[in-house]
Design a protein around this ligand. Structure first.
Ligand code: SF4
Ligand code: SF4
Length: 285
């Protein structure tokens, strides 16, 4: 079984649209949406939920009014202003750092597990789909990403799928690290802009530092062909294979609006995307 994580240096490069197209081209893939802060894969996949279980994200402080003597040390110590004048902890501000618990002379503060959201398994027309639903105000974390990936692996093993397609988060933060660690290929989708090239270099360096094989796909390459060439030059110098270049086409967005992927709507783009996926598969198998 192989895992491919589609990532990008920043959001909005079209990685989700491409991943949905790769899912359509794959034989019984398991799809994992690890872009937990801005998940949108469900818009294309129209999932039918088969199971859901809660996940603990972090801890929050709880002040026991029976033990509290109102010395206010906890409130003065909280750098996140999460404890109000009535000594009630505001969960949406509490970062779970436990400083209040440490300074309380009465041992009146407990750190309680807090449900961050849930991990969902669903069926889609392309394959089984693992994703998360976060409670409002909660931030995505590496822990959440790891739980989504773990479920995807279990399902792939159970149903004999040989490929897991992971929609990774943008950037180089903790959720990105959790989404690419141990994968067989980090496929970076980038746009031909100066910031796109800069972001590509950062995320490629991260993946290579983690010994994850890297490949690149240039999306909307024709909006700036000179920077597209600069991206190819960088990849060439860094021994990173460029799997292909996709032209700018509004149909990627229009298809998503209709709940479709590009493979279901446009014949002329199909060949380009299929060739990119063939090259990725040649690296994997
Ligand atoms: S756990 Fe940290 S953030 Fe939360 S209330 Fe206590 S000091 Fe503030
Ligand atoms: S530090 Fe402890 S005793 Fe003091 S106000 Fe906070 S909870 Fe109450």
């Amino acid at each position: 079984m192989k895992e491919v994580t589609i990532i990008s240096g920043k959001g909005g490069t079209g990685k989700t649209s491409l991943l949905a197209a790769f899912a359509a081209l794959s034989d019984r893939p398991v799809i994992a949406d690890c872009d937990v802060d801005a998940s949108n894969m469900h818009l294309i996949l129209s999932p039918k939920k088969s199971s859901e279980f809660p996940i603990i994200g972090s801890q929050k402080a709880y002040i026991d009014p029976l033990r509290c003597t109102r010395c206010m040390k906890c409130q003065a110590s909280c750098r996140f202003c999460a404890i109000d004048e009535e000594l009630v902890v505001r969960n949406e501000l509490c970062e779970g750092c436990a400083v209040c618990n440490y300074v309380c002379p009465e041992d009146a503060i407990d750190m309680l597990d807090f449900e961050a959201g849930s991990i969902v398994l669903a069926n889609t027309r392309f394959g089984r789909f693992s994703y998360s639903k976060m409670k409002s105000g909660e931030e995505g974390s590496g822990k959440l990403v790891t739980a989504v990936r773990k479920q995807a692996r279990e399902v792939a093993e159970k149903y004999g799928s040989n490929i897991i397609l992971i929609d990774g988060p943008p950037g180089i933060g903790c959720p990105v690290i959790a989404s690419i660690i141990g994968t067989n290929l980090a496929l970076i989708v980038c746009e031909p802009t100066l910031s796109g090239l800069h972001d590509l270099k950062r995320v490629a360096a991260l993946a290579m530092q983690m010994n994850v094989p890297v490949a690149v796909c240039v999306n909307k390459y024709d909006i700036n062909e000179s920077i597209s060439c600069a991206i190819e030059d960088y990849c060439d110098m860094s021994s990173i294979p460029v799997l292909g270049k996709v032209p700018y086409d509004l149909e990627f967005v229009n298809a998503m609006v209709r709940g479709k992927c590009i493979m279901e709507t446009r014949n002329d783009i199909k060949g380009i995307v299929a060739a990119i996926w063939d090259r990725a598969m040649a690296i994997l198998f």
